[in-house]
Design a protein around this ligand. Sequence first.
Ligand code: AGP
Length: 614
Amino acid sequence: MCGIVGYVGDKDAYPILINGLRRLEYRGYDSAGVALVHGGSLHVHKCKGKVSDLEAHMEGQERSGSTGIGHTRWATHGPPNDVNAHPHQSSSGDLALIHNGIIENYAAIKEELTHRGHTFLSDTDTEVLVHLIDDVKRTEEVDLPEAVRLALDSVVGAYAIAVVDRNSPDMIVAARKSSPLVIGIGADGEHFLASDATPIVEHTKNVVYLEDGEIAVMEKGSTLKIRNIKNQEKTPFIQELEMHLEALEKGGYDHFMLKEIHEQPRSIRDSMRGRLNLAKGEVVLGGIKDYEQRFVNARRILIVGCGTSWHAGLVGEYLLEDLARISVEVEYASEFRYRDPIIDENDIVIAISQSGETADTLAAIELAKGKGATIIGICNVVGSSIARVTHAGSYTHAGPEIGVASTKAFTAQVTVLTLMSLMIGHKKGTISGSHFYRLLNELESIPDKVEKVLKNEAQIKYIADIYRSASNALYLGRGSSFPVALEGALKLKEISYVHAEGYPAAEMKHGPIALIDEEMPVFVIATKGASYEKVVSNIQEVKARKGKIIAIVTEGDKAVKELADHVIEIPETVDQFVPLLSVVPLQLISYHIAVMLNRNVDQPRNLAKSVTVE
Ligand code: AGP
């Protein structure tokens, strides 16, 4: 939540900052702003709205400066308006600061600084930081990096910040605690700064991921200097980015979400590459190889995540229980962290997160780690906070997901969970040799089958058009199709703003059935498999109440076709892998309804891609 960019070097900072903010806009789009240092002057420009509004606002304004910082906001403290937009400035006008995170003790700091004569203009927690740093700088008579360090020592909360000072025109000071920050090392002593690597990759591939409690000094013409909050010097660890620029563009699609839905055959294949070896008949997950035996011995696995990642975890529960015969509990990270869960050193906790920055998931990990559990991460963003705090893990290799609605990340997470379950089951002997081999073969064919599902897009769009005006929708499924029903409902809610509920199909008669009338579209996952007959009965119950049935069925199905108003066929596969196929039509339905309703598909209202606040 909130995107941060920075540049210091010889070039004009403004275009670099604006491009960077466009890349980071998925992190928040309530307001945007920049601060530019030019000679001894500091110019701050900011306004409510998107980065395009900032660009319009900048017409005719002073844009010079080869040092600058920029911010795109997802509001926490104070409504989205011009005043609450970042950067914030100190009363002296010397400093400007941007922030991603939450300052928990801001009220106490604000009170103290108000007594000391500081005047606050905004409702934000962030503003206290810039006043505090300015205050420390003056009273302690120290330079900017030292003032930042001393000030942060009294701050409680999460932050990634960047500060510029008109008296040090060639310098940016940045610091992080629990919110991400990446520094790009450019040519000739230029430095880039961002919340993630996406704004940096077009300038340099050499990056340093700042660690918690570190303060970085980026000065034009100088090497990067890092100290920690205890004033110990750190050697920057420079890594090479593997990201490609094309992955950050829409590539001819109208929206990132549509592009990402269509990327799934590739992203699922990439999640399996080098891990599923048909020739040798094995699954190898290099990142967790050292923990294989621990998995084999595990009596229980806990899975934590939020939103779509939690849904992937629910699919994982079915997979791990079925294939590896390990008892699994799936928890919302946000609930788990505030209980006193019973966990010990025998437990394995799998944390799932696309961004690797979700605050609740991070907190759940810290809690379980503190109790001695082994923490395994399933993350998409390389080098993210969750990837770094876990003991081991497997990346999903879905590539950058820019659309706020998660699509290819979900199928990549489910793919990794499938591989994990197969690997453990095989090692444990809960899957017989021939069955294991059949499952590997089938899994390898899944990307082609997803490709086939995507070919039904025209029919899916036609169905979307019929139900575009519905104000409610129900999603039903049984077994591992229940989490897919939840995911389908979440997709519709978040990008169309249409109320939708996911339910286990059999639970419908315990309440939600009262909602059904001729206006209600009911999406049912009714593929061939263990609970097929039961789901057919559930469909009959809906039909008897005149509900409209849109069923996801296995190719060639006859029984459901006779009952349903519409069927969308998916290729036949084993029960365990159905979620990888059945979720795709639901993603496309939501996408097309949202487009028809003229919604902002990639940046739905009130949301942000990376939820770094609890
Ligand atoms: C999904 O479409 C969401 N926008 C959201 O629920 C997301 O899955 C959730 O915030 C978790 O994010 P993470 O995977 O990055 O941890």
